[in-house]
Ligand binder design. Structure first.
Ligand SMILES: *[C@@H]1O[C@H](CO)[C@@H](O)[C@H](O)[C@H]1NC(C)=O
Ligand SMILES: *[C@@H]1O[C@H](CO)[C@@H](O)[C@H](O)[C@H]1NC(C)=O
Ligand SMILES: *[C@@H]1O[C@H](CO)[C@@H](O)[C@H](O)[C@H]1NC(C)=O
Ligand SMILES: *[C@@H]1O[C@H](CO)[C@@H](O)[C@H](O)[C@H]1NC(C)=O
Ligand SMILES: *[C@@H]1O[C@H](CO)[C@@H](O)[C@H](O)[C@H]1NC(C)=O
Ligand SMILES: *[C@@H]1O[C@H](CO)[C@@H](O)[C@H](O)[C@H]1NC(C)=O
Ligand SMILES: *[C@@H]1O[C@H](CO)[C@@H](O)[C@H](O)[C@H]1NC(C)=O
Ligand SMILES: *[C@@H]1O[C@H](CO)[C@@H](O)[C@H](O)[C@H]1NC(C)=O
Ligand SMILES: *[C@@H]1O[C@H](CO)[C@@H](O)[C@H](O)[C@H]1NC(C)=O
Ligand SMILES: *[C@@H]1O[C@H](CO)[C@@H](O)[C@H](O)[C@H]1NC(C)=O
Ligand SMILES: *[C@@H]1O[C@H](CO)[C@@H](O)[C@H](O)[C@H]1NC(C)=O
Ligand SMILES: *[C@@H]1O[C@H](CO)[C@@H](O)[C@H](O)[C@H]1NC(C)=O
Length: 665
């Protein structure tokens, strides 16, 4: 009878197995019942070694990859105690530099990999930055100790040598140099939790075992040799070691309680000598800032992506995921790129948001006219705190630094620290951006969901934008009476020109006539209550005490632009006042003949409304940049970055009296 190679292998395996079973039954019969009883809990970890043992008995032309068998393998007959029947046999898999491997892992099982030091070329061993290719492919012989002496270690020469006698001549060179090797992994799928809330426990994390020793080629929970053990942190692990030889590593899944409805893991593992392929940073900058939100939408923006306004950047380097505080689906994989993709409530595959609720784009808004990426979520729940997690977009092809501040530079899948944002409680504030004239405006403004919701937000945008533009046109007319565009010497100032003045006025009119809106329920003292005599959307009113005290003050019972109260009808709201610099900038930039001046901060700032300054302009507070205490172009809830605000000298205002007081009431 003629057997195909497949059949003969199978036959050999069956014969070997039967033989073993016979020996086993002969030697260890009393233990059999016991083994069957406890099988579930202890089978998995030995499957590896069983596989190797069986492989040893198997025929010679086995397709087992190099390194999966130890040349000095010593059969450990103790294994027989644990299992001979059962688990799928896992072979040690070879991973090369910058290769990513994805695998399923059942509970209580493990997957072992080997990185062969010889697989990196001499150039890579000496320097970083090139994609690897497997240079040494042992054919037949598995002798790992072949060492080719390189008299000349110069890379160029070595390569030339390789090219010269390159006909089928495999480059077999052992590197004596050491190299940093990163082993990184992400959990993509984890067991499904029994209850979808915080009362249940999180699925346990995977574990990475690493051995650099030939004596321990199957690191893992049961291995005896030297090994490093790392528990995944929120679905991710990063390990680095200096290597000068092969590295063996195992990803092992723990035992899962029966309360979990599934027990399967899926993970992705990568090795690299260039940089960690997966990278997470739970400690430094989230790299994304929350700009503003309303009851159902939020706007977030990254930092500057370029150093130069002339750099054109159209491809988006980042992705953003988010989840509501209290949503547990993502817990356990928050440092994992693929885990976020699979579990995040917003942005992920199992998103509970209706489609198209997140839009991303590039913008040049903000200081410096530099490119940034922005994210706009809609369809959020009101009065809810969300966590946003920025990640790099692996599809991003350019190498413009997307992660300047961390050591993960060059990493493909970076997960940044999560950052918080929340939504407002009522529809009185609405986020607008992309205005034609006031292009720097991107925050929530007094609105009315009933009047401007569902597609009518454009009307709200033009209500604000058109007014500012009209005011600006009037101002431009006034400017024509002032000699601006004649030769240098007769200019009103050497430092500033009419363009600066116009720019300052534009900023001012936009930010003063388009108020930044906050929930009335917010109690921060820097907020200015507006329109308090009106009723809230739910028909209630501001409390009697407040009404009695402030109801007859214009700064409280109306908006800066009274037609906001009638046309938009937002109900009572609070305003984040524009920053004082917007005013001083005009005074500094515009000709004295225009006689602009800013209100002086009053003596009693503690009683809001008692002085005109404190109900018109806000000030930056030292320290906490995570709170927007006054509104200016670029204002966002900066969590960690220390963007210095240039404060202008107070003396400027003392020089100017009378004239047009820069108020809009
Ligand atoms: C192994 O070597 C033989 C002869 O040198 C060659 O024919 C065969 O293709 C090689 N196999 C591999 C996998 O390189
Ligand atoms: C290597 O890992 C250690 C922690 O084990 C870490 O402190 C160090 O920064 C890492 N080195 C590199 C180059 O990533
Ligand atoms: C970040 O690390 C801290 C402790 O180092 C931990 O308490 C926190 O849960 C971590 N957050 C994430 C998202 O991993
Ligand atoms: C910003 O830079 C772009 C490209 O250099 C330029 O076209 C645009 O006019 C600039 N905008 C401003 C406000 O300077
Ligand atoms: C969603 O799942 C598909 C298929 O499983 C996968 O190709 C895709 O990358 C996933 N999307 C995200 C954001 O992870
Ligand atoms: C972006 O760059 C500008 C100009 O250098 C700087 O003023 C601004 O603070 C930067 N923004 C951020 C968020 O770092
Ligand atoms: C909003 O709340 C509902 C009910 O609690 C919940 O099912 C839904 O997932 C939430 N959506 C978001 C985007 O938070
Ligand atoms: C990556 O950056 C380097 C140095 O900044 C530059 O020389 C190279 O052209 C860049 N590559 C790509 C694909 O942008
Ligand atoms: C602004 O326009 C961009 C691109 O058209 C879009 O992605 C973004 O969602 C818009 N932002 C808002 C707040 O409408
Ligand atoms: C507020 O005043 C109105 C009439 O002046 C009165 O009907 C109402 O009960 C008062 N509300 C409270 C909470 O005192
Ligand atoms: C607002 O209410 C207060 C107190 O109820 C009242 O004195 C004041 O005249 C009202 N102002 C307007 C503009 O209705
Ligand atoms: C919002 O607009 C609707 C419809 O125009 C109006 O009935 C409602 O009173 C407005 N909301 C507030 C708080 O005034």
């Amino acid at each position: 009878m003629q057997l195909s190679p497949m059949q003969s292998r199978l036959a050999a395996s069956i014969i070997a197995s039967c033989l073993l079973l016979a020996i086993y039954l002969f030697l260890f019969t009393p233990h059999f019942a016991l083994a069957a009883e406890i099988g579930g809990a202890s089978l998995g970890h030995s499957a590896e070694r069983d596989a190797e043992f069986l492989a040893l008995l198997d025929d010679e032309d086995s397709a087992t990859p190099i390194g999966s068998r130890s040349p000095e393998y010593e059969p450990d007959f103790g294994l027989f105690d644990r299992s001979i029947i059962g688990r799928a046999t896992e072979e040690t898999q070879t991973l090369v530099n910058n290769e990513v491997r994805e695998k399923n892992l059942d509970e209580n099982s493990q997957a072992t990999f080997v990185f062969q030091f010889s697989s990196i070329s001499s150039r890579e061993a000496g320097e970083s930055g090139r994609t690897a290719e497997l240079r040494k492919r042992s054919n037949g012989s598995q002798d790992q100790d072949v060492e080719v002496e390189e008299p000349n270690t110069d890379d160029a020469d070595a390569d030339a040598d390789a090219d010269k006698d390159g006909e089928g001549h495999e480059l077999r060179r052992r590197q004596s140099a050491t190299k940093t090797l990163w082993i990184t992994a992400n959990t993509c799928l984890q067991p499904d939790r029994p209850v979808p809330d915080t009362t249940g426990e999180d699925p346990p994390q995977l574990t990475l075992y690493v051995s650099t020793s030939k004596d321990n080629q199957s690191p893992g929970p049961m291995a005896k040799g030297n090994q490093d053990t790392l528990l995944f942190e929120e679905g991710a692990v990063m390990y680095n070691t200096t290597v000068s030889g092969d590295v063996y590593f195992t990803v092992a899944a723990p035992f899962i309680k029966d309360t979990f409805t599934s027990k399967m893991y899926n993970f992705e593992v990568a090795v690299s000598v260039d940089q960690p392929y997966h990278y997470f940073d739970n400690t430094t900058d989230p790299n994304v800032n929350w700009v503003d939100s309303d009851a159902g939408a939020a706007l977030l923006i990254t930092g500057n992506l370029t150093d130069n306004p002339d750099t054109v950047m159209t491809e988006m380097p980042y992705s953003l995921f988010a989840y509501a505080q209290g949503d547990v689906s993502v817990l356990g994989v928050r440092n994992s790129y693929c885990g976020l993709g699979n579990y995040a409530q917003i942005g992920g595959n199992r998103s509970t948001l209706p489609k198209n609720m997140m839009s991303m784009g590039m913008t040049r808004r903000g200081e410096g006219n530099l490119t940034k990426q922005e994210f706009f979520f809609t369809g959020l729940n009101k009065s809810t705190t969300y966590q946003a997690i920025l990640t790099t977009n692996p599809g991003f092809s350019s190498n413009i630094s997307t992660s300047k501040r961390d050591t993960g530079v060059g990493s493909k899948k970076v997960v940044f620290r999560q950052t918080e944002f929340d939504t407002k409680s009522t529809g009185a504030c609405m986020v607008i951006s992309n205005l034609t004239f006031c292009d720097q405006v991107a925050y929530s403004v007094p609105g009315n969901e009933t009047r401007f919701g569902s597609g009518k937000v454009e009307e709200l945008k033009s209500f604000y934008d058109d007014y500012a533009q009209t005011m600006y046109k009037n101002f431009e007319k006034a400017m024509t009476t002032i000699p601006c565009d004649i030769e240098n010497t007769s200019k009103y100032s050497l430092a500033r020109n009419c363009d600066d003045c116009k720019q300052a006025y534009k900023n001012w009119i936009c930010f003063v006539s388009i108020p930044r809106c906050e929930d009335y329920s917010k109690t921060d003292l820097f907020l200015q209550p507006r329109n308090i005599n009106s009723t809230f959307p739910d028909g209630t009113t501001v409390d009697n005490m407040t009404l009695a005290e402030f109801g007859n003050q214009k700064a409280y019972n109306s908006s800066r632009r009274p037609d906001i109260d009638t046309v938009v009808a937002p109900g009572p709201y609070k305003e984040v006042l524009p920053c004082e610099e917007l005013c001083y900038d005009i005074v500094q930039s515009c000709p004295a003949s225009l006689s602009f001046s800013c209100p002086l901060p009053g003596s009693d700032v503690r009683v809001p409304g008692k002085d005109v300054f404190s109900s018109s302009y806000g000030q930056h507070r030292d320290g906490d940049k995570s709170v927007v205490t006054c509104n200016y172009p670029d204002a966002a809830h900066y969590r960690r970055s220390a963007s210095a605000i240039v404060s202008l000298p107070w003396t400027m205002m003392g020089l100017l009296g009378g004239g047009a007081l820069l108020l809009l009431l």
